[in-house]
Design a protein around this ligand. Structure first.
Ligand SMILES: [Fe+2]
Length: 387
């Protein structure tokens, strides 16, 4: 038998996934059902702006008294940030982490959960399953619909000297519960939410187009992509409640998709400009998604056309695969422009170092996960086409 002819997926997912408006109210029952006594809340400075977030904190404090909260997580957290949270976890003898925030908060919390139970520095655990002790349990409440970190086995954190992003991965890094409440999205600025939505779409499409993805991951990616593209049709008016609910669920599905497969070259470029220029992750994916899909060309036209025709069945009737694919890419570009997500030049402060970014991208450990092998010359050509 040809060993490559079949797929064998060990599905990684949180033990509990709650979705739908108001599901945050079940958090205390989740925690008490698991026997947790001493949660630490990790969030970001935006927590004061959201009634839904305040709501969760109040309920936790009514249940357990003075539940501590740290809201120091920056937009692009590094290992030092995660280790500082780990010190709080150890000092307070906390038995779990409640992460309420965007992907940065959840990633910092996941890193802290590892650092709280394992010796040495977090950077020592770059790679897959290199830590020995179980991390503290993480309860993830995403407040943006983008990274999918609430359901994945990875945390991406910055390191310095030289600046780059590292991935710490392991099945035990999957949060024990994801509470995906769209009410959290109501106070997210439209531009930030749009960048996050494009990140989620990138997860969905990179998984869907990856030849090695299992049928389960591809199905999750296809469903997530169609849900997100339907929302993107609304352009600058995408942030109405029904759309936010779809985005919250789709982002989680896209997280399950790539969490059980991989991302690809769009992320290799995005993570590279994120490390070098501190470009926000969602916006960075948003600017590279269209050019990378265009570079793949005919190789991905059939699967992308399938996505496009699911979203725009009547508009695309009679068009061939290439035209349907162009319509999809144009719709994404229009959404990115309508919400002022940015351009590659603006994200890099006007000075994109193509050779450096291409060299970084090719060493990213997702480089081989695209539909075609990518060399430095490929990344260079993509970026040249964007200027
Ligand atoms: Fe991403």
């Amino acid at each position: 038998m040809n060993a490559l002819a079949y797929s064998d997926l060990k599905l990684l997912a949180p033990r509990r996934i709650l979705t739908g408006a108001g599901c945050r109210h079940a958090l205390v029952d989740l925690l008490t059902g698991d026997g947790r006594q001493r949660p630490l809340i990790v969030s970001d400075p935006r927590i004061g702006d959201s009634p839904a977030l305040q709501d969760v904190v109040s309920v936790l404090r009514r249940t357990w008294g003075a539940v501590p909260l740290t809201a120091d997580v920056p937009g692009e957290p590094d290992v030092d940030c995660a280790e500082a949270i780990a010190a709080l976890l150890k000092a307070g003898q906390h038995d779990c982490v409640v992460a309420i925030g965007g992907g940065s908060v959840i990633d910092a919390a996941k890193g802290a959960a590892v650092a709280a139970t394992n010796p040495g520095r977090l950077a020592d655990y770059e790679g897959f399953d290199l830590f020995s002790a179980d991390p503290l349990p993480v309860y993830a409440l995403p407040t943006t619909a983008g990274t999918g970190s609430e359901v994945t086995r990875v945390t991406v954190l910055g390191v310095n000297n030289p600046p780059r992003k590292i991935s710490i991965k392991g099945a035990r890094l999957v949060p024990c519960a994801a509470v995906v409440d769209p009410d959290f999205l109501r106070t997210v600025p439209a531009r930030v939410g749009a960048a996050a939505a494009t990140d989620a779409l990138t997860h969905a499409l990179e998984t869907y187009l990856r030849p090695a993805s299992s049928p389960v991951s591809r199905a999750l990616g296809l469903r997530a992509a169609t849900m997100i593209l339907r929302v993107m049709r609304a352009g600058a008016g995408y942030a109405e409640p029904a759309h936010l609910e779809a985005l919250a669920t789709a982002s989680m599905l896209a997280g399950l998709a790539f969490g059980n497969s991989d991302v690809g070259p769009v992320h290799c470029l995005a993570e590279s400009i994120g490390a070098v220029y501190k470009a926000p992750h969602g916006a960075a994916n948003a600017v590279f998604l269209g050019p990378v899909l265009g570079y793949y060309g005919a190789l991905v036209a059939e699967p992308l056309a399938e996505v496009a025709r699911t979203v725009w069945p009547s508009e695309l009737a009679g068009l061939d695969d290439a035209a349907a694919t162009r319509a999809l890419v144009s719709a994404v570009d229009a959404f990115v422009a309508a919400n002022a997500v940015g351009t590659v030049t603006s994200l890099c402060g006007g000075a994109l170092d193509i050779e450096h970014i291409a060299a970084l991208a090719v060493t990213n450990n997702s480089n081989a996960s695209g539909p075609i092998p990518m060399a430095i010359a490929d990344y260079r050509a993509i970026m040249v086409s964007m200027l």
